[in-house]
Write a protein that binds this ligand. Sequence first.
Ligand code: NAD
Length: 253
Amino acid sequence: MLLENRVAIVTGGARGLGQSYCLGLHREGAKVVVADIIDTTETVTKIKQAGGEALGIKLDVRSAESTQQMAAKTVEAFGKIDILINNAALYGDLKMQAFHEISEEEWDRLMSINVKGVWQCTKAVAPHMMQQQYGKIINISSGTILMGVPGLLHYVTSKGAVWAMSRVLSRELGGFGIRVNCITPGFTMSQASRDIMKVSGAEGMEKQIAAQAALGREEEPEDLVGAVLFLSSELSDFITGQTINVDGGVVHW
Ligand code: NAD
């Protein structure tokens, strides 16, 4: 197993892609902290029923206090933190709209979760990784930054910030043995993606995107797990500040 004795935190692990990452990390032997603003019972139960160790934590990534508590509770339960997957984001509740239609409130709310949240979680967890001179931080950006997808300006901008943040953090944390990498998922068939298509009147978008993919099919949550496990494991120990685009070959860069 790739991650035996490792302790991983997945923010936004209650559902969707985050849940797939939690289950994948568990399959490779990690103890998993499922941290989310919504109820984490489903993911925690799935891991425990499969014989693994998991802890659910209520988290608001916007709050310094909440992220500090997440780190403290993880160390209390499992003794350390090796892996942080910064996956939580405002995504599922979005509606595609022109840039000038986005309200100021929605802009600020999205930035505080998608950008400030990644910074807060990293700040809370990094001291524990520094102490042990080892850590893996994986920031979930989005393939929309490579395509410049219209209709989601605030979201795409926030994910560009996550990509840029990963580069800076890799340099600031590299001396402590902490690797910081980024994944840009393509359009993936989570419930959140289905909801966005429905409220935006964009049903069938996944078929158009699949037609552009070198591998010629839609992307499923499980398609992203391999890249997460690779970047979480020792197999990628000399890789930092990099971005892996996982989209079946829609964008080549
Ligand atoms: P999702 O909306 O189901 O997942 C987001 C998770 O973040 C949810 O569990 C939500 O409760 C949690 N969250 C939201 N606000 C939070 C807060 N303040 N504090 C803590 N947790 C909070 O969407 P998903 O499709 O599973 O996407 C997961 C991640 O992957 C997101 O970062 C998304 O931007 C990214 N992504 C998704 C796709 C896709 O096509 N599904 C593509 C590219 C990138």
